[in-house]
Design a binder for this molecule. Sequence first.
Ligand code: AMP
Length: 542
Amino acid sequence: MLGLMQDHPLLISSLIEFAERHHGEGEVVSRRVEGDLHRYTYKDVARRARQVANALDALKLGFSDRVATLAWNGYRHLELYFGVSGSGRVLHTLNPRLHPEQIAWIVNHAEDSVLCFDMSFLPIIKAIHAHCPTVKHFVALCDADKLPADSGIPGLQSYESWIAAQSSEYQWPVFDENSASSMCYTSGTTGNPKAALYSHRSTLLHALAGALPDALSMSARDSVLPVVPMFHVNAWGLPYSAAMTGAKLVFPGPAMDGKSIYELIEGEKVSFAAGVPTVWQMMLGHMSAGKLRFSTLKRTVIGGSACPPAMITAFNDEYGVEVLHAWGMTEMSPLGTVCTLKNKHLPMSVEDKMKVRLKQGRGIFGVDMKIVDAEGHDLPWDGKAYGDLLVKGPWIIKAYFKGEGGSPLVDGWFPTGDVATIDADGYMQITDRSKDVIKSGGEWISSIDVENVAMAHPAVAMAACIGMKHPKWDERPIVAVVRKPGTELTREELLAFYEGKTAKWQIPDDVVFVDAIPLGGTGKMMKAKLREMLKDYKLPGL
Ligand code: AMP
């Protein structure tokens, strides 16, 4: 017997329809490439998203055709989120921090038909347009008068004139909720990048679960700042969850430095912000230098790489901002776990609460997890046993676009490539990426643990731990460190700082001071590059 409830597919268009009807006056504020602040409402987003849909119809784009974006976080990008997917096309967010050749490769692999870009990225478009034969239309996300006359890009038009010609009346089509809605290429550890292809259903379910109180807890009373880029896993789904809850959206555009982010938080009364640790590191540096305070920020979700304990403490103790440590990946839309406390933790001491907060958190509803040993046997949830972390759920990948790399699943589970523990309360803690774990004398050393100790030293701006070949121990850890400006930390001082904070054999063998640690397109430390930088390095005594 089937249930007798109405059968409405879960479609992205319903989000913007809802936001327009119920939160029409809700604000969307964007720092533009031009530098000024742009301000309008969900009603305007909806109207202009319909114009985008009409513009794509006018180009005779078919169902599931790809529309690429090379853009910062901003209102026009948001309109494309809804206009492209809502009309049945696939939004393909490109990462502008990749090398132009790699971007061209990805555009060709995705067979993008239209490419919309912010003017900051004109040089990239100039470099690649002749090598992207599938792209028939280039659209610059700007006013008509900002379009360069001599761009050399055939048929280039401005976004504003492109949509101005279109009606704002549009009936969103109804189709199978399993249809593809957007795609995002993951850098991949080996070979070419591969794409995760999200569906309307997976996106809506992810947005719903992401908005729950023990996940990101979003509501119509929030002012939300996604610093995490819209080109990286749909800004962790925040644009969708915001439309679903009517939260105010604040976009930083290209200005991601500490000062700009701080000013935007204060100016727009941001209550909730999301980003990777490197962004917050810059902002906290700016705040401590200027002795600044927050007046509205209540919580911040930090993920993408492990959040150093010192950062959780700084936000919590110095600024009264709750840190939600979160974990996920491109293949998971991306949310997997968020660290919020349970009732039983509330009476605990600050130190004991901190031990919980440092973990990546509990699986949110919809995400099932397990850890396994090298033979694939389940490991206990005791907070001690660590092994490969596998996940499954309705917003987790089952295959990459075009079947690249074959089936990634093992008995229906997706292997994340992370190594983790899970405790009896279900809190997962990443000990490492499986490729970054340091194998020393048959034991594993977590590079994250080594980095966290260094990051807690007041003179350390950034730290990255890698394993170096060792004839006796197989590998030994060293830590590459960027000093804070104006400090004079020595190797010996930092090594002494490890004493008592970690087991003796887990203390790194050496400290290497560097000017910068190579960061990837999404703010993660690129350890492969660091290893290359240090290829002539020799461990002390060898
Ligand atoms: P991406 O697909 O580029 O978002 O990368 C996903 C990977 O980032 C995960 O598999 C983890 O290795 C890492 N990651 C994400 N969030 C965290 C976190 N909170 N702590 C540690 N690693 C993380």
